[in-house]
Each structure stands twice: as C-alpha cells, then as structure tokens.
Design a protein around this ligand. Structure first.
Ligand SMILES: Nc1ncnc2c1ncn2[C@@H]1O[C@H](COP(=O)(O)OP(=O)(O)O)[C@@H](O)[C@H]1O
Ligand SMILES: [Mg+2]
Length: 254
C-alpha cells in the first residue's frame, strides 16, 4: 500500500567552511503491505524520523518517489495525504495553548458529540479522563502529551498510521497497554501501522522489523534474526559528528 522507490533526502550542511550535501535517506526502496504492523528501529540519527516525515509530506524528498495505494503522492501536501488516510504521530508533539485534549479529539475525529468522544476515550483506553478538559500546554508532562498525540492519531481512523517513538516518556504501566492498543487497531481496523521504536515490546508484535542504518534499510524481516543482527552491529557511540564512519573510533571523537 506504500511504496518507497529510490527515496533520497539530503540537506546542505557547512563542514569546515564548505557547503556539502549531507545524505540522510539514501536511495531507499521498500514496500509496506496493507494491514501489516512494521517496527522501525536503528541508531539515533539514522534517519527514522526523516523517513516518517517524508511519508507524511512534512519534508519533500530530494530524489525518488512515494506511492500510496498505487498513486504517486510524492508532490502532495500534508493535508492531501491526511485526507487520503495517512496520519503521523510526532516524536516531539506540539503543545497548543488554549486548546484542550477534548478540542484536539473533536478536530481529529470530526465530532464534538460527548458520547462519541467518550467512546473514543474508551477505545484508546490509555488516556486519562482527568486531562480531557485541561489545556494541552506546557503544564502537561512529556508522557501525557505523547498519550494525547497517540489518541488524536487514532481518532482520525487512519488507513496508514505512523507513530514516531510513541513510548518516549511513557511510564512502565502504560507501555504494554499502548502496544496492545496499536496492535488491536491494526487487527480490528486493518490499520497499516508503522512504529518507530527502540522498545522490544513493539518489535515483538510487529509482522516485520526494519533496521535503518545511515538512511538505508540494513535489515528487514523477523525479530529473531533482527536481534542477532543488532547484537553483531558495531555502532560508534561518538557518532554525532559529520566525520563518523559509524565504527567505534576514539580518534574521530578527538
Ligand atoms: N533538516 C535537517 N537539516 C540538517 N540535518 C538534519 C535535518 N533533519 C535531520 N537531520 C539530521 O539527519 C539525521 C537523521 O535524523 P533523524 O531522522 O531525526 O534520525 P532518527 O529519527 O533516526 O534519530 C540526524 O543526524 C539529524 O541531525
Ligand atoms: Mg527520531
């Protein structure tokens, strides 16, 4: 249902006074099948969020194509993609001064009917009634904001839902209900689900695990083999520099 064809994204960056192209997504090819659950993992900075944003249309690719249900959506806006049933749950959700969780749910679901909103909250389960009428502003904790973000994504009844690290800041008591919730949405509603996560609980329920390294798919398949690959992978812990080869290299750090 979602095809990435030779997808690339690079940005100009200044290194040692010279402008160079930094490749973030590197000629990536992959087909996501309808109704399946995918978990995407990989080192920090490997391009997972960028990939999710390219699919949602927040970034425009510098090369390649994105096909959704057979249609080329590469040049479509975020709004058009949302209308086609694609939803993206941000890694760092925005806070909306003055808007409440109830307002966000109403906008996302297209109804302000109290019964419908309550039914939605029951379906989402992990969201507390206690913050339904509180403003979604800086006073809410990071974890509460993430729950609200996830609930509003589900409220849109997307055909394709992309969750970017939905478990960040979420307490231990909520992670498993969150995993079950997203799995139930996939199985009962046929939602094609892509979850970017480092959490094994998400990897375990996925039909397929993708490991992204340096903007490419380094692995795709069953979790068992992914775990072997992850344990064998050498990733530099100092890699947040532009010179990094990806291998552990103390010289590079200095
Ligand atoms: N607009 C941008 N300009 C420059 N660098 C960017 C931009 N967006 C992302 N990056 C860089 O691209 C790399 C991949 O980022 P990201 O997709 O957020 O990684 P991940 O989600 O896998 O941790 C990082 O090194 C990040 O700093
Ligand atoms: Mg990210």
């Amino acid at each position: 249902m979602l095809e990435l064809k030779d997808l690339s994204f690079s940005v100009p960056v200044e290194i040692d006074g010279e402008v160079q192209e930094k490749v973030i997504i590197d000629h990536l090819n992959f087909t996501f099948e309808k109704g399946k659950f995918y978990a995407i993992t990989g080192p920090n900075g490997s391009g997972k969020t960028t990939l999710a944003r390219l699919v949602m249309g927040i970034f425009q690719p510098t090369g390649g194509k994105i096909l959704y249900e057979g249609q080329d959506i590469t040049n479509l806006s975020i709004t058009d993609r949302a209308k086609m049933g694609i939803a993206y749950s941000f890694q760092h959700p925005a806070r909306f001064k003055g808007l409440t969780f109830r307002d966000l749910l109403s906008i996302a679901s297209g109804t302000d009917d109290e019964e419908m909103i309550l039914a939605l909250l029951r379906r989402v389960g992990i969201c507390s009634f206690s913050f339904l009428d509180l403003p979604v502003d800086a006073k809410l904790s990071g974890g509460e904001i993430k729950k609200i973000e996830l609930a509003t994504t589900i409220a849109r009844n997307p055909k394709l839902a992309i969750y970017d690290e939905p478990d960040t800041g979420i307490d231990l008591w909520t992670i498993n209900p969150m995993v079950r919730l997203l799995k139930r949405e996939q199985l009962e509603r046929g939602t094609t689900t892509i979850v970017v996560s480092h959490n094994r609980a998400f990897l375990e329920v996925a039909d397929s695990v993708l490991i992204i390294v340096k903007g490419q798919i380094a692995y795709q398949g069953k979790l068992e083999n992914a775990l072997t690959m992850l344990s064998d992978m050498s990733v530099c812990s100092y890699r947040h520099c532009d010179k990094c080869s990806g291998e552990e290299d103390a010289e590079c750090y200095r």
